[in-house]
Design a binder for this molecule. Structure first.
Ligand code: UFG
Length: 337
């Protein structure tokens, strides 16, 4: 298939570009580089040995999006592009709704005009709201912040569009906590500001860019009192996208929903200690107050994806930490400008 990857220069998008090429697909990327550096593209070309065609524009521009479909052959779309910082979404809700919903409107309109039916959408465990432990896909969806609502709303929009056009083949992929990096250490997660997420924060403490980790609460009802999450290696997640795309060729369902996670929970302190093993030394931390809006535990029931996609995660937490550390230590300041 020739697959348009929106947000293909981003963290999950870039790893999925490689997985698609390895699986024999042809790709083109659209990315506005608002949260990605153009230097990732050369690294993807070096790793894949292929030219990566990149269209640099903002998908909320419906004319440019439509023009792209006029001029390129596109068999399917994987839609990663979107704003993703929970705290920022609380401060700038309109930007989040405009950008995340607007890009989906442009893309789906252009797909309809050009008879493109297959779409894989980046959703999130955040659609399970406060009910994220052992989550199965049939749970009701709701959110606790504007970012989360953009995911709930985009899922609903896609369900409605699919109901109106039975030729649609849409996959809603609910990611748990993506971490890790390509084993080469040349591509990985590169937060543009202070990391919001645990793994990149720990990695920056290890490399000396941050003084110490702040552990947000140790009084949850979990194994050691710290928050529990389902960390999934970004390469396993990328493989899940390839499996979902290929499943859309077989299924008769206009919409399919799949959790992409390992099914196993890891606490903040367990992840910190795994990272210490990867680095070979202890890392400084302090316990501080809980972060507003956090749940105690979030982990997938991935059995539907395992059965229907023939996919399962293979990478361990130790591999996630080793690969993150290789990326961070080789690129202490992230991608060059
Ligand atoms: N944590 C810390 N210190 C930090 C950062 C995080 O202790 O500096 C803790 C959190 O309290 C939580 C765990 O580490 O217990 C994981 O936090 P992350 O921010 O890495 O991940 P979240 O599970 O909170 O957030 C993720 C995605 C969001 C999504 C959310 C809910 O990043 O996009 O899951 O599904 F909205």
């Amino acid at each position: 298939m020739r697959v348009l990857v929106s947000g293909g220069a981003g963290y999950i998008g870039s790893h999925t570009v490689l997985a698609l090429i390895e699986a024999g697909h042809d790709i083109l990327v659209v990315d506005d580089f608002s949260n990605a550096k153009p230097t990732v593209v050369g690294r993807l070309e070096a790793l894949s040995g292929r030219h990566i065609p990149v269209h640099a524009f903002d998908l909320t521009d419906a004319d440019k999006t439509s023009h792209l479909f006029d001029t390129e052959t596109i068999d399917a779309v994987i839609h990663f592009a979107g704003y993703k910082a929970v705290g920022e979404s609380v401060a700038k809700p309109l930007s989040y709704y405009e950008n995340n919903l607007g890009s989906t409107f442009s893309l789906v309109r252009a797909m309809q005009r050009h008879g493109v039916h297959k779409l894989v959408f980046s959703s999130s465990a955040t659609v399970y709201g406060t009910d994220q432990a052992a989550a199965t896909e049939d749970r009701p969806t709701f959110a606790t912040n504007p970012y989360g609502w953009t995911k709930v709303m985009q899922e609903q929009i896609l369900r409605d569009v699919a109901a109106a056009d039975p030729d649609s083949r849409f996959a809603l992929l609910r990611y748990f906590n993506p971490v890790g990096a390509h084993p080469s250490g040349t591509i990985g997660e590169d937060p543009s500001d202070v990391p919001n997420n645990l793994m990149p924060y720990i990695a920056q403490v290890a490399v000396g860019r941050r003084e110490k980790l702040q552990v947000f609460g140790d009084d949850y009802d979990t194994v050691d009192g710290t928050g529990v999450r389902d960390y999934i290696h970004v390469e396993d997640l990328a493989a899940g996208h390839v499996a979902a795309l290929e499943a859309l060729e077989r299924t008769e369902e206009p919409v399919s929903t799949w959790n992409l996670g390992t099914g196993r929970g890891t606490s903040v302190l367990e992840l910190l200690h795994a990272f210490e093993r990867a680095v070979g030394r202890e890392l400084p931390y302090e316990v501080v107050a809980r972060r507003a809006g956090d749940v105690a535990a979030s982990y997938a029931d991935p059995s539907k994806a395992n059965a229907e996609l023939g996919w399962r995660t293979v990478k361990t937490v130790d591999e996630m930490c080793a690969d993150t550390w290789r990326w961070q230590s080789q690129n202490p300041d992230g991608y060059p400008d």
